[in-house]
Design a protein around this ligand. Structure first.
Ligand code: IMP
Length: 430
């Protein structure tokens, strides 16, 4: 099984960073294939908390090649900040390579300005974006006006593209949103300085990736956000602007589906969501507050409090389908400890009917009431458990139930934030 994709099976923040970090130890290459610095992967290594937004989570392992693929949108300033921080912490030395696709699109200052202006103009219907310019950057890419990493390195071409795209963006900023226009010269100076520093990282990463694959090397594709934020399969329009599902690993890095050997979906033992949009199992009571506090459910990118609720198997089953999940990893199981009862949503009630399929339409989803299976909770601390069979009986029952309802095996359970606080039943690379 040479290549494995890891994706979020919920609305993001499932703890993908930790799982990628663990399996990256067995991989040779780690690739990010979509999204941008709207993502935030927190990893606890050697008791230090490190948050990545752009650089693949595998970067903490020596000797790996980390690739930011063509499907990612890159904010050069953020990338440089991460490179500097990693170097200062003793990572990203000679043995670890970081490469950025020359075809990856660049997030420009007007993308951030437009993201902000558009959100503010929407009032209570806002998406609740991360304001990182992600949506406008993907819009420009699809509109064939975007600037790519390779363009940044060609000064004349870059300046031409900058003027063309900025003209249009300034028109929108001034005349649609009543904002100040941005100045081309300032942007050009800043971005050309970034380009000079980033040039050593920019490459035709498709060729690099295929060289590795030809040699039988193991590639780990690291998804960002989650399935339910996918622009096609998520709760549109309350989604991000990229394709977050496993199939996107191919388009976003330049490989065919035939190279993918397995797909791991990550799910918390409960559900969270940041920003607007329907969320059937959301809890606006003490249990919701408890999950938020105990699970430290505050965004690693924006610091926003996350909405919390019970595990939703109806939504997860959609993630199983659209990603072709071969395994499921359950994270943050320790957070449920101490609850008398734990609930799993197994169906929805919609207009007097019980349904077990996740509605494709967000309005219908918003009208759904969850139908729960209630299970016994557990008192014992499970953070030191390293084997499935050593978990308390109610925890084993809970996991068995999830496996049965999803019809997909659980290959990893996270029982605490640290790398070692993990139960692994199957390493996809072994
Ligand atoms: P955008 O990706 O910044 O355009 O935001 C669109 C929606 O996706 C908002 O609801 C964000 O809160 C959500 N979102 C984007 N990135 C993440 C993430 O990494 N984790 C969780 N939610 C995210």
């Amino acid at each position: 099984m040479p290549s494995v994709v890891i994706v979020g099976a919920q609305w993001g923040d499932e703890g993908k960073g930790k799982v990628v970090d663990i399996f990256a130890g067995s991989a040779d290459v780690v690739v990010r294939f979509q999204g941008g610095n709207n993502a935030g992967h927190t990893i606890v290594a050697d008791a230090k908390k490190i948050i990545f937004h752009l650089v693949p989570s595998g970067v903490l392992h020596r000797g790996k090649t980390c690739i930011i693929g063509c499907g990612v949108v890159v904010d050069p300033e953020v990338l440089l900040g991460e490179i500097d921080a990693l170097k200062a912490a003793g990572h990203l030395g000679e043995a670890t390579r970081l490469l950025v696709s020359e075809n990856a699109h660049v997030i420009m200052p007007w993308h951030k300005a437009l993201d902000q202006a558009r959100e503010e103009s929407k009032g209570k219907h806002k998406i609740g974006t991360t304001m990182r310019g992600i949506g406008p950057a993907y819009e420009e890419k699809a509109g064939r006006r975007g600037i790519r990493m390779g363009d940044l390195l060609r000064k004349k071409a870059f300046l031409g593209r900058l003027r063309e795209s900025l003209d249009e963006a300034n028109f929108m900023l001034e005349h649609r949103f009543g904002r100040k226009p941005l100045r081309a010269q300032e942007i050009a100076d800043a971005y050309l300085a970034h380009a000079a520093r980033l040039s050593e990282y920019v490459a035709d990463t498709t060729v690099v990736l295929h060289d590795f694959l030809k040699k039988g090397r193991r590639v780990l594709f690291e998804g960002a956000q989650g399935t339910l934020l996918d622009v096609d399969h998520g709760t549109y329009p309350y989604v991000t602007s990229s394709s977050t599902v496993a199939g996107s690993a191919c388009a976003g890095s330049g490989v065919g589906p035939t190279v993918i050997g397995g797909v791991i979906g990550i799910s918390k033992a409960y559900t969270t969501r940041v920003g607007g949009g329907p969320f059937p199992t959301e809890l606006s009571d003490d249990t919701g507050d408890l999950l938020r506090e105990k699970g430290a459910e505050f965004g690693s990118t924006t610091g926003r409090a996350r909405r919390c609720g019970w595990l939703d198997v109806v939504a997860l089953r959609r993630a199983v389908l659209v990603n072709g999940l071969t395994d499921v990893a359950i994270t943050k199981l320790d957070v449920l400890q101490g609850l008398k009862k734990v609930k799993i949503c197994t169906a929805y009630r919609l207009k007097g009917k019980t349904i077990t399929e996740f509605p494709a339409d967000s309005e219908a989803l918003a009208a759904c009431e969850p139908v729960y299976d209630e299970m016994e909770g557990w008192k014992d601390d499970i953070r030191d458990v390293r084997l499935m069979e050593d978990l308390p009986r109610p925890v084993q029952k809970y996991l068995k139930k999830v496996e049965t309802l999803l019809d997909v095996p659980v290959n990893l359970v996270s029982v605490g934030p640290a790398r070692q606080e993990t139960i692994i039943t199957k390493n996809p690379f072994r």
